[in-house]
Each structure stands twice: as structure tokens, then as C-alpha cells.
Design a protein around this ligand. Structure first.
Ligand code: PEP
Ligand code: MG
Length: 754
């Protein structure tokens, strides 16, 4: 059966090749193709619909339907069966098409006499470019092989549709009516920093010209050679010294696993045996996977899809005889890459000495590219709508990673302002670096502990650079998100040991797994929730899956042998949760003891305070913990009932409001009275004015992202804290609603460096 279908498709493919190579206009070739397929599939009708601007599918060629309907019949995506196929990007075979709920009768086509129908989407680069459909008068069952044949033809047609001969290429892109005027686009900051340079569109797609091969054995040999040279190039790329160690290594290893996946290689080989060239086979397997996975919302699988696309492009370039690199041709001295999305290894192909940033249409903070870019300190802005259509090659671009904005063809003054900002930033950076070894002490002698928030091994290098006192918050979830499975005890032990090793003797507060909400683990699919921020997340998950928490605690104990272990539980809303988490920790300590294993010299347990309700149980909480860390991000979200991820209301409530500050003051006083260490580890702690307020309220331990250490230390060293405390006390209880403005004015009046 397999062999028979392979011959059918090989015969069809070689006829197709003759048609495509046979000259004539694109329309002529399309007409011939539909005729050929109708004949080959013994169908009365074969039609090709092409996507036009505005998401409309236009009948472009038909064998069997009324010719007068060509270029007249138009269906919106989702309308009729053809629109349905385009909308779902999946093939659909119906033995009784008219009974399908999406059926829409178009009298001008004369299709009412045809009963059965099969259609496949014409896809290029994950976008539906049209639909190819076949109809029969009788009720007919279309086989899997027939659907596959149609998909292969659709792939050939995708080349024709995107060639610009049928529909001008411009029409296939979203249009920007603004011509060459300066433009500002907004996106999401994925990694921070400012980059300036000329735009270089990342064009990883290699156009596959030759589709049908005469000699499958030769193609298989070419394919094997390309795979071998690709593997050795990947070895080379991954061994770059700056990529040594860190979670990005996991990302690259996961990538390598796909590259070496026997199933993937076998599927391509099989497609070659049906008569496709190696290139066409690679392309086909990729499109098949994309279509199959296009509706998957699981972030891990979506990541795999990016990896697969990256790999496909790479393999196609190897087949074309190059070195497989995405970075073809001369590159400007300073350049910004613009892309729809990008795999992690494609980024490595570009010269890092010239690459100033990446602008992406897609992207998320946890995607593989982001993790690698962060390790390499390259600014990235994601989710910039229509970036590729709006940014032309060699357009001057400024990428402002701090504010998630991109300036295209900026005016001279904007360019100058940013060039200044970069210079000032560099100067400031140098000034902050000079502060590395001086203590964070106020002018009136109050010492403040400055700690770092970290989540990747690369973040630990900032300990040295900033001179921070330790890690106040190590978010353990990022490595869990970069892997295909839950890391086992051994892998976690290794990771935590390396964190501690990098930290030297400095303290590290490990936070137990804090996932859920927007941080989804691939292997823990939870059901959809109406309010994920208030849902099954964080400690609620790990208490429901105690084995996971126990494994993590075991790994932390093992990594901390003979030194102090500081462990903190997130999202505690009720003392009983703390007790249950503590009980699991005690079980693990006992377990290690029974095994005769060495233990940490001390185990100190803390809780995050990010659910306001916990503040009303402080008496009980403080008897149970060694330290408390205020997670002001979630605390603000819950105190004001304001979704922290919703940009529309992000600026609506100010943490520097009397309500929030009174809350924090109360918590700080209770902790001090109980002799329990307290710190703040939300974003608030890293902003100089907010940090000033926290110091005024009596906080002496602040944990923040590395770039915030310099500015906060500078502020601390410029301040006389006594007057700030008195002023803030009066201000909070004065009945004012806006505290930010008066506090800022006070700082200005008193030469406090903000
Ligand atoms: C917080 O909520 O303030 C916090 C530090 O935790 P995360 O931002 O990881 O939720
Ligand atoms: Mg939190």
C-alpha cells in the first residue's frame, strides 16, 4: 500500500515539476495544476483559492466548477468549508460536504451537484496562503494517502502563491500606510538594555526550488551529509566559551535532542523515498508538524515548534551547501535583527560584536531565545506587531529595551537623545561599578543590606560586579520551565550546588517552586482557570503535589551540606500552609539523617509575605519562621485587587500610597519586635524613591535586580535617614493621598540622589 501510494505521488510530482518548469504565466501554471490533480485523483472538481488582502479567499483556478466564477467567488476566512479549512489550517475530508454546518452554497460556481469534498490549506511559514480543494459528485471516502498527496501539491503551490506572480507580494503583508515616516512601535521588554543600529531582517527561509527527485538514494545521501555537517556545526556553536554553564545550556541541549531525534530524521527520509527532494522533504515534515501543532497553546510545545523551525531552516541551508548559518552576507557594523520569531541557535549565528538587539513579532520572557539572549546580554523586545512589515532593511532603529519600545527611522533629535542616554548610561554604569566595594551606608551611619534577585546562573555573576551582599531571592522556577521534564533530585542538586558555588560564602535565599498563574510548566497542565493569579499556583500546587516539593527540598539540603540553607515558601496565605511545608522539610531532613547523609550546618525557613491576609496572622507566623520577605509585586496586586500583568491598569495604583506604606510599616514593626529578619524583594525595592520610602519605614534589607544595585546604593549613600523617617511618618498620617510627589520634592530639597 505504502509503495503504491509512493509511486502515485511520485508520478504526480514529476508531472507537477514539468508544469511548474514549463513556462507560461503563473495563472496558466495554476490552471494546469488543478487540471492535473483532478485527473490524477479521479475527481470532477479541483479548485485553488488564494488568500487576498483582508483575509479573503478568492477562487483563482478551477477544473470542474464554472470558469466564470474564477476571480469572482470570494469567501471570508471561516466562511464555507474552504474558509473553515483556512481558519483551522487543517485538512478536512467530507463524504457529504453539504451536511457540514460550515457549508455555504455559492450559486455562481455550480457546485451544488458535488457531494463529497476534501481540502487542504496552502501554508507557507505557518501562515495560510490559500486552500486547495477537490470535489466529487458521488459520496466518496478520501484516503489518508490522497490527503497527503494534496498536501504535497499544496506545498508546491505555496511557492507559486508567495512568488508574487499571482498576487503582488505586498498584498500578502499587512500594510503600513505611514510610508517612510518615523515610527514608534510598542512591544514587551524581554531582556533589558538599549540598542542602536541598522535593521537587518532575519530571513531564515530558504526557498525550495527543486521539489521532485529522480533518484531517492542520491537524495538520501545528500540528506545524511547535511545532517552530519549540521551536527558538527551545532557542536561548534554550542562550545562558545560565553555559553558555558547556565540554564541556556539546557535550552541548547533540548534543541540538540530534536536535531538528533530519530523520528524526525526517519519522517524526512520517508518523504524522500516518496520522490521528494531532500529539501522538499524537510520542508514538508516541518509544515506537517506546524499544522499539527498550530492549535497547541502549551508554551513548552510552542517552544519546540520554534526550535523545529530553526532546525528546518538550518538543515535547508546545509542542503544548499552553505555552512548552515542564518547570517548570510555582509552585516552592518551595528545592527538590529528583526524577525517574526527566532530559534535560539539562529541568534548564535550572528556576529555578537555587531549585534545590538532583536525585535520580534512574537516572543515571551521564558522562550528559549530570551534565555540565551539574556545570557549574552543582548536586548530583545518581543510582541511588536507587524515589525517585519513595518521595518525595512537598513532602516535606522533604536531599541529601548527598558521601556519596550522601538523607534524606526527616528528623527535626528531622538537619535541624539538616545545616543546621549547610552553615553550617560555607560558613564553611570562606570560610576556604579566604582561603588562596588563601598558599603551601602547612609550619611548618618545606617547600614543597609543590598541583595540580588536571581533566577538563572548567569545572574550570579552580578554578585561580583555589583558587590551585593548575597541573593535575597533565587527564583527556582526558571530552570524548571526550560526543561522538558521535571528535573530530578540529582539535576536539581547539581544546579543548586552551582548557585551556591557562584555565591561563594554569601547567603542565598532559595524560594521553593513558584509556578502557576502565568508561569506554566509544560508537564503540569492544569485546567483553564478564570483567575489564574488567584488560582492553583505556587505553594498551593506544591502542597498538592508534595513529592515535587520534597524532591526540591531534598536537593536543596544536599546542595547545602555543611553550610547554611535558607529556604523560603511563596504565596503563603494561611499559617497552616507554612506548617505543612515545614513538615515536608522536616521529613526530608529526617530522611537524609536516616540515610546517614551530611546535612546543612543550619536550615533557616522563611515565608514570603505577598498575600495581605497573612499580615493578620503575623503572631503565629513569626513564631514559625526565621525570616520574612515582602513580595511587593504580588502584594500590590492583591492589596489593590489589580492584575499585575494588565498594562491597562498597571499604573493605576501607587505602592507609595498611605495604605500600602501603613501596611508595610506595621509588618516591619511586628517583625522587629519578634526579632525576625525582614526584607523586601519585589520590584519596589529596586527603585530609588520607593527604596527611600522603605528605608524611612525602617526596612534595612532590600533585594533587587542587579542593575538596580548601583542607583539604590548611590541613593543610600546620599541620604541622612533621620529626617526622612520623621518626614515620612508625618506624611503617611497627614491624610494626603499622593505621597510620591512630596517625597520626591523632599529628596530634591535634601540632595538625595534619585
Ligand atoms: C513578588 O511577588 O513580589 C515576588 C518577588 O515574586 P514574583 O515576582 O516572582 O511573583
Ligand atoms: Mg510573587
Amino acid at each position: 500500500m505504502q509503495a503504491a501510494s509512493a509511486t502515485v505521488s511520485r508520478r504526480l510530482l514529476s508531472r507537477l515539476r514539468d508544469v511548474m518548469a514549463g513556462g507560461g504565466s503563473a495563472q496558466d501554471r495554476l490552471n494546469k495544476v488543478v487540471k492535473l490533480i483532478a485527473m490524477d485523483m479521479v475527481a470532477e472538481v479541483c479548485s485553488c483559492y488564494v488568500m487576498r488582502a483582508g483575509e479573503v479567499l478568492e477562487l483563482f483556478a478551477t477544473e470542474g466548477l464554472h470558469k466564470s466564477a474564477v476571480h469572482k467567488t470570494r469567501l471570508r476566512v471561516g466562511e464555507g468549508i474552504v474558509g473553515h479549512i483556512a481558519g483551522s489550517a487543517r485538512p478536512l475530508a467530507l463524504s457529504d460536504a453539504q451536511a457540514h454546518p460550515a457549508f455555504a452554497y455559492r450559486p455562481e460556481t455550480g457546485e451544488d451537484i458535488y457531494r463529497s469534498m476534501v481540502g487542504v490549506p496552502i501554508i507557507r511559514g505557518g501562515r495560510v496562503m490559500g486552500v486547495l480543494a477537490v470535489q466529487n459528485r458521488t459520496q466518496r471516502h478520501y484516503t489518508e494517502e490522497e490527503i497527503e498527496t494534496l498536501e504535497t501539491v499544496a506545498m508546491v503551490l505555496a511557492e507559486l502563491v508567495t512568488s508574487g506572480e499571482l498576487v503582488v507580494a505586498e498584498e500578502l503583508k499587512p500594510v503600513d500606510g505611514l510610508g517612510l515616516l518615523p515610527l514608534r512601535l510598542e512591544g514587551v521588554r524581554l531582556t533589558g538594555g538599549i540598542g542602536m543600529g541598522l535593521a537587518v531582517p532575519h530571513e531564515p527561509r530558504v526557498s525550495v526550488q527543486r521539489l521532485v527527485a529522480e533518484n531517492p538514494e542520491e537524495e538520501l545521501a545528500r540528506f545524511r551529509d547535511a545532517i552530519a555537517s549540521m551536527h558538527s556545526r551545532l557542536d561548534e556553536l554550542f562550545s562558545a566559551p560565553e555559553l558555558d554553564g547556565g540554564e541556556h545550556k539546557d535550552v541548547l541541549e533540548a534543541y540538540r535532542m530534536i536535531a538528533e531525534d530519530a523520528g524526525w530524521i526517519a519522517r524526512i527520509s520517508e518523504a524522500i523515498r516518496t520522490g521528494l527532494t531532500a529539501e522538499a522533504a524537510v520542508q514538508k515534515v516541518n509544515e506537517d508538524m506546524r499544522v499539527r501543532m498550530s492549535h497547541v497553546s502549551d508554551p513548552y510545545l510552542r517552544e519546540r515548534l520554534h526550535d523545529l523551525q530553526d532546525l528546518t531552516n538550518r538543515l535547508l541551508r546545509h542542503l544548499a551547501g552553505g555552512s548552515g548559518t542564518a547570517a548570510g552576507g555582509e552585516l552592518p557594523e551595528d545592527f538590529i535583527l528583526v524577525c517574526r520569531s527566532m530559534g535560539p541557535t539562529e541568534l548564535l549565528d550572528y556576529d555578537r560584536r555587531k549585534l545590538r538587539g532583536v525585535v520580534m513579532e512574537e516572543g515571551s520572557p521564558t522562550m528559549h531565545l530570551t534565555i540565551v539572549a539574556r545570557a549574552l546580554d543582548i536586548p530583545v523586545i518581543g510582541r511588536v506587531k507587524d515589525a517585519l512589515a513595518r521595518i525595512e532593511a537598513y532602516d535606522p532603529v533604536i531599541l529601548d529595551g527598558e521601556h519596550g519600545q522601538v523607534f524606526i527611522r527616528p528623527s535626528d533629535d531622538i537619535q541624539e537623545a538616545f545616543a546621549n542616554a547610552v553615553r550617560v548610561r555607560e558613564e553611570r554604569q562606570a560610576a556604579y561599578a566604582a561603588l562596588r566595594d563601598v558599603p551601602a551606608v547612609t550619611r548618618d551611619g545606617v547600614a543597609v543590606e543590598l541583595l540580588l534577585n536571581a533566577g538563572l546562573l548567569v545572574d550570579l555573576q552580578h554578585l561580583e560586579e555589583t558587590g551585593a551582599d548575597g541573593i535575597g531571592l533565587y527564583r527556582t522556577e526558571i530552570p524548571f520551565m526550560a526543561r522538558p521534564h521535571l528535573p530530578d533530585v540529582e539535576a536539581q542538586t547539581l544546579l543548586y550546588s552551582r548557585v551556591l558555588e557562584h555565591a561563594g560564602g554569601r547567603p542565598v535565599v532559595f524560594r521553593s517552586l513558584d509556578v502557576g498563574g502565568d508561569k506554566v510548566l509544560p508537564y503540569w497542565r492544569s485546567s483553564e482557570e478564570d483567575n489564574p493569579a488567584l488560582g492553583w499556583r505556587s505553594i498551593r500546587i506544591t502542597l498538592d503535589c508534595p513529592a515535587v516539593l520534597r524532591q526540591q527540598l531534598r536537593a536543596l539540603l544536599r546542595a547545602s551540606v555543611d553550610r547554611e540553607l535558607k529556604i523560603m515558601f511563596p504565596m503563603i496565605a494561611d499559617v497552616s500552609e507554612l506548617d505543612r511545608a515545614r513538615a515536608l522539610l522536616d521529613m526530608e531532613i529526617e530522611h537524609e539523617r536516616r540515610l546517614g547523609r551530611a546535612l546543612p550546618s543550619a536550615v533557616r525557613v522563611g515565608t514570603m509575605l505577598e498575600v495581605p491576609g497573612l499580615a493578620f496572622q503575623l503572631r503565629e507566623v513569626l513564631r514559625r519562621v526565621d525570616f520574612v520577605s515582602v513580595g511587593s509585586n504580588d502584594l500590590t496586586q492583591f492589596l489593590f485587587a489589580c492584575d499585575r500583568g494588565n498594562p491597562r491598569i498597571a499604573e493605576r495604583y501607587d505602592p507609595l500610597s498611605p495604605g500600602m506604606l501603613r501596611f508595610l510599616r506595621q509588618v516591619r514593626i511586628k517583625c522587629d519586635e519578634a526579632g525576625v529578619e525582614i526584607s523586601v524583594c519585589g520590584e519596589m525595592a529596586g527603585k530609588p524613591l520607593e527604596a527611600l520610602a522603605l528605608l524611612g519605614l525602617g526596612f534595612r534589607r532590600l533585594s533587587m535586580v542587579a542593575p538596580a544595585v548601583g542607583p539604590v546604593k548611590t541613593m543610600i549613600r546620599s541620604v541622612d535617614l533621620g529626617p526622612v523617617r520623621d518626614y515620612l511618618e508625618r506624611l503617611i498620617d497627614k491624610g494626603e493621598t499622593d505621597l510620591r510627589t512630596p517625597l520626591r520634592m523632599f529628596a530634591l530639597d535634601h540632595d538625595i540622589a534619585l
